[in-house]
Design a protein around this ligand. Structure first.
Ligand SMILES: Nc1nc2c(ncn2[C@@H]2O[C@H](COP(=O)(O)OP(=O)(O)OP(=O)(O)O)[C@@H](O)[C@H]2O)c(=O)[nH]1
Ligand SMILES: [Mg+2]
Length: 299
């Protein structure tokens, strides 16, 4: 990313505040659901939260699995499963995994419930904390689980601004929370992954640079998808990428301009509108128009 943009403030004050508010409620929580993005299972895990939730029962929800590569999602599911962590892949816009998620919560709490009953307490509410980075689908998941559009959702980060309890079954309550990032990303790769998927506000990013890096990844890992989506000629793309007379990044920009031309992103005078093309590629990726793509891949 260029220098001006690397110093962007993607950890606004409300995130630090949200983290403190969640910490206040932790003692009430029985189970933590960490919602992550199936397209970026590592970059979408907030390292700051591990310490906070280390003694809790955990479920990892690999959300947006409808947008991710199915083979990769299966691999990530196995990779992330632990003794104390169950992993479920879902599409929060579709309710067919609701029962699996609710029965997993109930199964995890079975022993505790038995103890409560022995003590003469019946019907204790199970309290579940929903955590995750912005725009990952926390509120959408809650809406599916309660079969109502109770929570406001939206395709940009920072939609939920306060924590809120929502009862989904007679004895299960969920706590929706604002998406939280961490103050310093470990690498440029993590920052880019979060930018591609719409976790960081688009207004503070350099879209041309984001689209360039995304296209570079797609051309190495999902070239066939790119060629089919934009109806390009394989030979022409190969030739542009092999051009030794200029730097590799210019070769990739040539492919981007070719895509712009194909899609009619042309300015008066015939020059390709690079910004428009960049925004289109980012949008096509987010809408899965280029296919089901996982950005962090397991072998
Ligand atoms: N395709 C797809 N889109 C999803 C899925 N889950 C959520 N979305 C979309 O992702 C966007 C963000 O969803 P939200 O539920 O608002 O995300 P959030 O995690 O609550 O975001 P914040 O409140 O900003 O932290 C919305 O446009 C949803 O429609 C999913 O599984 N698949
Ligand atoms: Mg939300």
């Amino acid at each position: 990313m260029n220098e001006n943009k690397t110093n962007i403030n993607w950890y606004p004050g409300h995130m630090a505040k949200a983290k403190r508010l969640i910490e206040d409620d932790l003692k009430l929580i029985d189970v933590v659901i960490e919602v992550i993005d199936a397209r970026i299972p590592i970059s979408s895990r907030n390292p700051d939260l591990n310490e906070m939730i280390k003694n809790k029962k955990k479920i990892i929800v690999l959300n947006k699995s409808d947008l991710a590569d199915d083979i990769q999602t299966k691999k990530w599911k196995d990779y992330l499963t632990r003794n104390d962590t169950t992993v479920i892949s879902v599409n929060a816009l579709n309710s067919n995994k609701n029962n699996e998620l609710i029965s997993t919560i109930e199964k995890m709490m079975r022993e505790d419930k038995k103890k409560e009953i022995e003590k003469g307490r019946i019907g204790k509410t199970i309290r579940v904390l929903i955590l995750g980075i912005p725009n990952v689908g926390k509120s959408s998941l809650i809406n599916r689980l309660c079969n109502k559009n109770k929570q406001i959702v939206g395709n940009k980060p920072g939609i939920t601004v306060k924590k809120q309890w929502i009862r989904i079954e007679k004895n299960i309550e969920l706590l929706d929370t604002p998406g939280i990032l961490w103050p310093k990303f470990e690498s440029e790769e993590v920052a880019l992954n979060l930018a591609y998927t719409g976790t960081i506000k688009d207004e503070i990013l350099d879209n041309l640079e984001i689209a360039y890096n995304l296209l570079k990844f797609l051309l190495s890992n999902y070239r066939k998808n790119v060629i089919e989506t934009y109806k390009l000629e394989n030979d022409q793309v190969e030739e542009l990428l092999k051009n030794k007379n200029q730097l590799e990044n210019e070769n990739i920009m040539d492919v981007m301009r070719l895509i712009g031309k194909k899609r009619g992103a042309v300015m008066s005078g015939g020059k390709i509108d690079e910004n428009k093309t960049a925004n289109m590629i980012i949008k096509d990726f987010r809408d899965a128009k280029i296919g089901k793509i996982t950005l962090e891949q397991l072998k």
